[in-house]
Design a protein around this ligand. Structure first.
Ligand code: GUN
Length: 291
């Protein structure tokens, strides 16, 4: 069994980007500038956004964190987005999800200029991705492709089962892996909460991407020997034995599944760190498109 080490690969990618930033600086070019908008004080979101800003600093990008109170109105947020859309100094920005319930997420994502949409969530970018046109790929699926590619995991002709149909992970993952691309050319099945007998599909899968958000859902008896497993889940599960009162659990029961796997991502340290690396890659791309 080989661990798909997202921490290591993401550090490699960050080093590669840092090298390019160094080049840009020495050529007297403007370095990429990422902005992140965080509404409210959700603990996990604050951690993720903090990590994104820290990663920018590490590789030499400029970054701006815009923290707005939970009570921010939809109108105020849309005004903020418009400011970022028209600010030439900002190459790309993200609005961290989830948003408070009184704000219409879709309306907010639609307001982002697709050329600055480094999350790849705007319908224009989703459409471009679907048609295999150049676009910003959403960071989590993009990171999974990169991880599979860097470990030379064969995907062509393989049966990939994606568990979950979210707009951010499951849906784009299923589209990308069926396309003619590296870490693609696969036969893809999407299973979800209404699928009857999920196990019948997972047992046949060569590669499983688990992205449903139920801790330790996928167990060893649901997979075949030699399976490749990518675990996207990261849920805080209360655990009194931990100082912080919780542990992080993936969607995969690691011990039983890893015993049968050829490759598997750990949680944490698998897909999570790749997400940030790919966001930085998209920001670098946004910079190069805006010159
Ligand atoms: N919430 C969970 N993942 C993501 C992500 O990749 N981007 C944004 N903006 N919000 C998220």
């Amino acid at each position: 069994m080989t661990l798909l080490d997202g921490k290591k690969v993401s550090n490699d990618i960050k080093d590669e980007i840092a090298e390019q930033v160094k080049q840009m600086k020495s050529n007297g070019e403007k370095v990429p500038h990422l902005a992140a908008v965080l509404v409210g004080t959700d603990g996990a979101s604050m951690t993720y956004v903090g990590a994104k800003v820290k990663a920018c600093e590490r590789i030499g990008f400029e970054s701006t964190l815009i923290e707005l109170p939970e009570e921010t109105t939809e109108e105020e947020l849309l005004k903020q987005i418009n400011d970022l859309n028209t600010n030439d100094d900002i190459d790309g920005f993200i609005v961290q999800l989830p948003l408070p319930k009184h704000i219409d997420e879709q309306k907010v994502l639609m307001a982002i200029n697709p050329d600055k949409d480094v999350d790849g969530f705007h319908p224009t970018n989703v459409g471009r991705m679907t048609l295999d046109l150049p676009s910003f790929l959403p960071a989590t699926p993009f990171g999974i492709l990169e991880l599979l590619e860097r470990y030379n995991v064969e995907t062509s002709g393989k049966h990939v089962v994606v568990i979950g149909r979210s707009h951010i992970v499951g849906r784009p993952m299923s589209i990308l892996m069926s396309q003619k691309r590296n870490a693609g050319n696969a036969t893809v099945t999407v299973v979800h909460s209404r699928t009857k007998n999920i196990e019948a599909f997972t047992k046949d899968a060569d590669i499983i991407v688990a992205a449903l958000g139920i801790p330790e859902f996928l167990t060893g008896d649901m997979v075949k020997d030699g399976v490749v497993v990518v675990d996207v889940g990261i849920t805080r599960v209360s655990d009194e034995t931990k100082k912080r009162g919780y542990r992080l659990a993936g969607d995969v029961h690691f011990d039983s599944v890893s015993a049968k796997s050829s490759f598997i991502t750990p949680v944490p340290g698998g897909v999570g760190p790749m997400n940030i690396a790919m966001l930085l890659k998209n920001t670098l791309l946004a910079r190069s498109l805006s010159v």
